[in-house]
Design a protein around this ligand. Structure first.
Ligand code: GLP
Length: 242
């Protein structure tokens, strides 16, 4: 088991490579289950995928499962990950929003919502999971120190992550402190995993994630234990690989 690493010329090329992989999965299995990430990094993937759909790829039967969702935002907030994925993935691909599954932040009992999502995603069985990575090595919202075996759960955001994500909010005080996230154990059950990382702020996290041994201090390092995982990087994110 080892992480396959590909270094593309730039973020757009990295996005195209992963969109190619998604298209291959969909052509082989039109009702595939695909896990999707938010943040800036996956945007080139979703743009390239929309081009493929314009050129005839049929993605209407795919089920899409989000990695995570903030807790505590107003309903229909434009900062929610549901809104993000509807805007950047579902609408450009012309898909029915009902095909998108996101952990439910409106449940009065977030632990129950997490359990429900875990059951739903395990029953669906993810064929391909797309990931970004946080500057501190988090995947989903599994922050450093999260146990490797954890299922979908309610989690707190670290201050580093709140600062990094503040750019999506009008004011940094609006960044939620909690979320629901697929756990590391959930992510590891996907049949295949593709992680995209671009830009210099990801270089440390990528170096740590790929250096054995896997250690909960860098949550993405658990991916070393997966048997079908690829990191698609640009030269800046790959700069500290040894
Ligand atoms: C958030 C998301 C992660 C994402 C990370 C990095 O914390 N929960 O799934 O990978 O941000 O985002 P970006 O790609 O914008 O750097």
């Amino acid at each position: 088991m080892s992480i396959d690493i590909v270094i593309s010329d730039n973020a757009d090329e990295a996005g195209k490579l992963i969109a190619d992989e998604i298209a291959t999965v969909i052509r082989r299995k039109p009702n595939a289950v695909i896990g999707v990430a938010t943040g800036s990094s996956p945007l080139p993937i979703y743009r390239a995928l929309a081009d493929k759909v314009s050129s005839g790829l049929n993605a209407t039967e795919v089920s899409w499962f989000a990695l995570d969702e903030y807790l505590g935002l107003p309903p229909r907030s434009e900062q929610s990950y549901r809104y993000f994925l509807e805007r950047h993935l579902i609408a450009p691909l012309g898909l029915d929003p009902k095909r998108l599954h996101v952990p439910d932040p409106s449940d009065a009992d977030p632990d129950r919502a997490a359990q429900r999502y875990e059951t739903e995603i395990l029953q669906a069985q993810v064929d391909l999971q797309i990931l970004g990575i946080g500057r501190n090595g988090h995947i989903g919202f599994n922050e450093p120190g999260t146990p490797f075996s954890i299922p979908t759960h309610r989690a707190s955001l670290s201050e580093t992550t709140r600062k990094a994500n503040a750019r999506f909010f009008h004011d940094s005080s609006e960044v939620p402190r909690e979320c629901l996230t697929q756990g590391l154990g959930t992510i590891m059950r996907a049949r295949r995993i593709e992680l995209i990382a671009t830009g210099p702020t990801k270089a440390d996290a990528i170096a740590r994630a790929t250096a054995p041994p896997a250690d909960p201090k860098c949550p993405a390092s658990i991916l070393q234990r997966h048997n079908s995982v690829r990191f698609v990087l640009d030269p800046l994110a790959a700069a500290k690989l040894t």
